[in-house]
Design a protein. Structure first.
Length: 533
């Protein structure tokens, strides 16, 4: 097997994604556009999405990274709207879009139309997270969109299997289909519940960060494969395990957390970049497989399906937002009220992604009777155009819509105040513990070292409060920013000396790495971690 095309895909997509981060356009859209163009450049190899690769090898780590960074408590607090979207809307979209496609496209049988509905029903987890981070949506809207995208793939894939069985002539009744759907959902959650505790136990009992992170990289694949082995939902198994491990990540030692965050950030960046580029690269293959349908005719059908996908989401979102509040006093009491803007954003943030394309490519060529699958080429084309249409049209206009609606994002001053109060409470507890420890003769320290512990604690407590203070009139920096800049300059001066000593052969490379590692940890401690994604 020639590995060069795969290496080229990863390298070029990463370079494009890196360049896109310096533009106001979301990186997924730039990558899709680059893929569309690259597909027709001479010398570019053919990249064909294979469901047997995407679903078991790419989907689990992408879901895991999204779920492990999600808030279990926030998702639990918003379980009702998340369930209505991830399960209710996905099933509704499967039927509604399928029926509208069947009504509008004469060549499309009802069973094939329902297959199309299931394929294009789920918004994409990766796209939702990327766009939400970029445009700065309100916290509750972001939680609902991320929660929906974590679970809806399981709903759509299971619904796809049920309607596909009818389309190829397996003779599955509606009762059997509902039973299979429930088994996949309950089984996937069950497998996740069975795996999450022993996997967390392993993570907390392995003593080496390298082993712990190797386990971390294997976890999504293990959970997905274990669930699929018993014909349950691998997606739900991965999500359940990831939410549990993310909620308890504080129980893992600091070295593992630092290393794990860096490793998964790199993995997510590479996979997301390659996935969005792959979407664009499918255009030549889809057009070649279009078969008896003319491009103009197929584009007309594509516009109808795209409109159906967009309209059906709004048809579900607005009633699902307001009817439960109108019918249930408990919902009104437990959940904050909302105006028309939040459901508008949720309705418009329905970008489809690679899962839809991968599932569409898994449609068999023949039915059980040996006949060609009806309108398979058209279903592939309509899936592709729906994915591209939602990514480009909705993805490009969503930031504009958010800015136009002037949705209130998190107030930085309020966030900093909450952080400062939490740090103050923690510092008081740490200070009390330090006094208790130093009173014990077994913990006696020379006064300079004891003072250093106290000063570090005081610095950590004051640093967040200083961010609330006035900026320096000359530089515009807060005292905390100036402190970190000066600390970095001092550390850089030390680093240059260590390198010079190594070059003069006064210390060896092993000692240099030890000293640089110590400086790196001090620099990391001096700087508040920022999310540059």
């Amino acid at each position: 097997m020639d590995a060069l095309p795969l290496i080229a895909l990863v390298a070029v997509s990463a370079a494009v994604a890196g360049a896109a981060r310096r533009t106001p356009v979301p990186a997924p859209l730039v990558l899709v556009a680059a893929g569309l163009v690259a597909g027709y450049l001479p010398g570019v190899p053919t990249y064909h999405l294979d469901a047997h690769v995407v679903l078991p090898l790419l989907l689990p780590p992408l879901l895991y990274t999204a779920a492990v960074d999600s808030s279990y408590l926030d998702l639990r607090a918003n379980a009702r709207p998340v369930a209505l979207l991830s399960v209710g809307y996905t099933l509704f979209a499967t039927v509604a879009v399928g029926w509208l496609a069947y009504w509008a496209i004469p060549q499309l049988p009802l069973t094939a139309a329902l297959v199309l509905g299931a394929v294009v029903a789920p918004p994409d987890a990766v796209t939702a997270a990327a766009i939400a981070r970029r445009v700065g949506l309100p916290a509750r809207v972001t939680t609902i969109l991320q929660g929906e995208s974590l679970v809806n793939d399981a709903t759509a894939i299971t619904a796809f299997k049920v309607v596909l069985a009818a389309a190829v002539g397996e003779g599955m009744s509606w009762g059997e289909g509902i039973g299979e759907f429930l088994f996949a959902a309950v089984g996937g959650v069950g497998v996740g519940l069975l795996l999450m505790v022993p996997l967390h136990w392993l993570r907390t009992h392995l003593r080496e960060a390298l082993l712990q992170n190797t386990l971390s990289l294997l976890i999504p694949f293990v959970a997905y494969a274990a669930a699929e082995r018993v014909h349950a939902s691998g997606v739900l198994a991965v999500v359940v395990v990831a939410l549990y491990l993310g909620h308890r990540s504080w129980q893992v030692d600091f070295a593992t957390r630092l290393q794990e965050a860096a490793v998964w950030k790199m993995v997510a960046f590479i996979l997301e970049s390659a996935v969005f580029a792959l979407i664009g690269l499918q255009l030549p293959f889809v057009l070649k497989e279009l078969g008896p349908f003319g491009v103009g005719e197929a584009l007309g059908y594509a516009a109808l399906v795209f409109l159906a996908v967009v309209v059906v989401r709004f048809v579900w979102v607005y009633p699902a937002t307001y009817l439960p509040r109108r019918l249930s006093r408990r919902v009104r009491e437990r959940e904050p009220g909302t105006d028309w803007t939040a459901p508008l954003i949720v309705g418009w943030a329905g970008m489809r992604g690679v899962v839809s394309l991968a599932v569409a490519f898994s449609i068999p060529l023949l039915t059980h009777d040996g006949e060609p699958f009806p309108a398979r080429s058209l279903v592939l084309f309509l899936t592709f155009t729906t994915v591209i249409g939602t990514l480009v049209i909705q993805g490009l206009t969503l930031p504009v819509l958010v800015r136009a609606l002037k949705l209130p994002g998190p107030d930085p001053q309020t966030v900093t105040l909450v952080e400062a109060q939490a740090q103050n409470d923690a510092s008081e507890a740490a200070e009390a513990r330090l006094r208790e420890l130093l009173d014990d003769p077994r913990n006696s320290l020379p006064p300079p070292l004891a003072d250093r512990l106290r000063s570090v604690l005081e610095r950590r407590r004051n640093s967040v409060w200083e961010r609330l203070g006035a900026a320096d009139p000359v530089t515009g920096e807060s005292a905390d920013d100036t402190y970190r800049r000066l600390a970095r300059e001092m550390i850089e001066a030390e680093r240059e000396v260590f390198v010079r000593l190594r070059d003069e052969r006064r210390i060896d490379d092993e000692m240099l790495r030890t000293l640089l590692r110590r400086l790196d940890l001090e620099e990391a401690a001096a700087y508040r971690e920022t999310d540059d994604s």
